[in-house]
Design a protein. Sequence first.
Lengths: 498, 475
Amino acid sequence: MKRNNLFLLFIILAFSLGLNGKAFCFDLESRVIKTKLKNGITVLIMERHISPTVSLYIRHRIGAVDEDKGETGAAHMLEHMMFKGTKTIGTKNYAAEKKILEAIEKTGAVLDKEKQKGDKANAKTIEELSSRLRKLQDKHKKYFIPNEIDRLYTQNGGLDLNASTGHDVTTYQVSLPANKLELWARIESDRLLNPVFREFYTERDVVMEERRQRTETNPAGKLYEQFMSVAFSTHPYRNPIIGWPQDLMRLSPAAMKKYFEKYRAPHKTVIAVVGAINPEQTLKLIEKYFGAIPPSKEIKNIIAPEPKQTEERRTEIIFDASPAMIIGFHKPNPPAYDDYVFDVLETILADGRTSRLYNLLVKQMQVAESVSAYNGLPASLYPNLFAIFASPRHPHTNAELENIILRELERLKTEPVTEEELTRAKNQLRMNYIKSLDSNARIASILSYYEVLLGDYRYFSDYLKNIDKVTAQDIQNTATNYLKKENRTIATLDRKKE
Amino acid sequence: MLAKKILNFSFIFLLITAIFPGAASAADSRMIPPDKINFPALKFDLLPAERLVLENGIIIYILEDHELPLVNIEALVRTGSIYDPEGKEGVADLTAYVMRTGGTEKLTGDEVDRRFDLLAASAAVSMHTDYATVDFSALSKNTEEGIDLLAQIITAPAFEKNKLELAVQLKKEELRRLQDDPQRLAFREFNRLIYRNNPRGRMFSSASLSNIDREDLINFHRRFFQPNNIMFAVTGDITKEQAINLFTKYFGKWKKGTPANQTSLPAPTLQAGLYFIDKDIPQSTIVCGQFAPGKHDPDYYAFTVLEFITGSGGFNSRIFDAVRNNKGLAYSAGSLYRPRSTFGLFVAYAFTKTSSTMQTLSLINTILDDIKRGTLTANELDWAKQSINNGFIFSFSSVQDIAWQQMKSEFEKMPPDYLARYRERIEKVTLEDLNRLAGLYLDKSNNIVLILGDYENFDKPADINAEPVIIKPQE
């Protein structure tokens, strides 16, 4: 939650660029111990003695897609609230606190209601309620100890304590000296059993600042948000994870409780432990602490599929910044075979200085400052997008880049990619895969991600085998099937015309 | 790695553990207060990297690890953008970039690109203010081909003219786009202010980039890229013998020289003040700071602790807790400490909406005042020392980290026991040290304060009445 919440997806994408080699086979399956607790939580453990540390990931198959209409931003807000402690962590007297928290919630709800009247709101009422809220908040401060979760982890040597909310998945992570495993089990199981959502209204202001920082003042953030909201017409992938401002301003503690119930469904929870630990003892510890979470019924979250796109969509942002653009195409999500083909295509088009688009736009024609391609935006549980991001180099324009990029994409349909390009791409994917295995945190991240998303981390261990199957013909077919005008969305950002 | 013998240089970490016997036998042992968990001791040896010197002066740290078929090489070079010729700011950066892209005596730039991509190997040279780094990685089956390419880039770059021209154009575009990134722009302009009239504050501009030609890069490379001016850390799936052989083969003929980085730079002098940069956006970037102890100063350890409590120690550090947690004024707020060899830099920052800009600055000032008044507690001191010392192990969580830490310690001319005794020196820091340093380095009236934002609409709290100077970012 300190960093990278929205952009977790980019990190995951980087992870998904893996491969399993002919020359190299890092046998994950023989090293990962997978267990299901009685309540349904899946536990993945990998012993790794490079250093006396351990990386711990908890992922929930709950994210922004699970939000109800008018409540965008709730999953991310809840992730922030999960750092506010529990009934036994961060309190001086929970019984006294509870009463004040209830009063804060009531006052906050009335105040929000009045503020939503906009021009018709009564300024005096707002002032009175705000003042009452402030007094209650000050009173509450006497009964709780702020930042206890962070304090405990930090003081015990915790590294990269963080959480992130994606469209599909929410994650809580930390790395610790290996002897501090029980601290993690104590804190994390408690915040799944007895969380207390303190300081809600102040934290909502923090999230508003987060939105200003990531979106309102950031041309790339603005462009991306607008692009997604047009590329998807009905599917919740169209909503920003951080929430639309009008929804964010209305979020309530009650909404937090509703989403928390979804979160804690054990059958949608995956824990990964990678590092210098004893697997048996670790599992016992996890059973002791997390076994107390009650099992829950499967509640099917029915999300209508995005209707098939039938004509090109365009959107233009006016922003005082240098121009940039995104072109995206709808496509299937993993584990569909076409998704692997797009991973190879992404590499051929934009990974490295000799990749097609970088070489052409940046090095040869010198019309772009940068170009990149991403397969799998904005997330991977539902059909998603293949997208190309490009920024023109002054005085060149988005329109020029668009012409060249679209021409190059057309060429993929008529000419097969060369053997050298295919070999290069597969080598690069293999290299990225191997690099992703070089730290406890990265391994824990990948294992838990695929397990929670696809129900099986072996998507990752089998990844390279599938990539190796991809042929030049596959790329040509995939380009023909998906890189079509009626399947694309183009978003551009430009300064106001003088 | 486990099968190998422990070399005589080894640091032993015994992580501090609080022992409360019997605490775990409470009614529900799952509800044990987290501070009372009885943690097992963590005792271990770290296998250090081995240090070698080749005949031409190249220093190499080597540490094997065969878990993955991967070889990593990192290097540090004594150079930096501080050596940019006056009026030609950008030469250092361009030298680093075009070394990688502009070909070698044997291969064109395009051919180097092609070979690296085909091998899926990567190499990058990055220039910093007072050093440069090299990062290289390859699959171990391609180690020799990769090191051959790396050696060509470092020892015999060709600096092709068209690749320089492309790099200059891309740099100019980077400058244009810098205007769109409030945080990067504010920090760059803050550096220009705090390093006024000092080589560290000279930054490339569109005009200075236009003055640079190929000869400048050739000269810059010749002055600094010499075997006795670079250190390597070689780690991963490579044996010591293999590393020595390959480095001798590909770097052995590289001739020793007299590096040009011996000149001692003037220390920067402080000129406090309040500065605004106008930008019509809904969130302001506040950056304020002053000079602090350098890495060789005996106060380096105590200031590390002080600054941790002030703003870099996460949620409980004072700025983060007050600005973000207590007031909800920012998502990002805190401080950073950049210790250099002869001086350091302390910077506090926060990004907040236009209407709470001056309120946030005022809050940061109040926090600094409070600390200076001696309000730090023994609890805070303990928390900070334990946090820093317990987390120290993560500086050594891979062979790459271990070799890098050792190399960096030598590069920065730290005492030989620096890493081994770091935790002990942190442990010795007292509350008196913190109070003394707060008086010296956290005086708000010494701060340079830069705020980028929609300044006409800033709030106007009563306690800030300094007259701001409006500046324009460099183009």
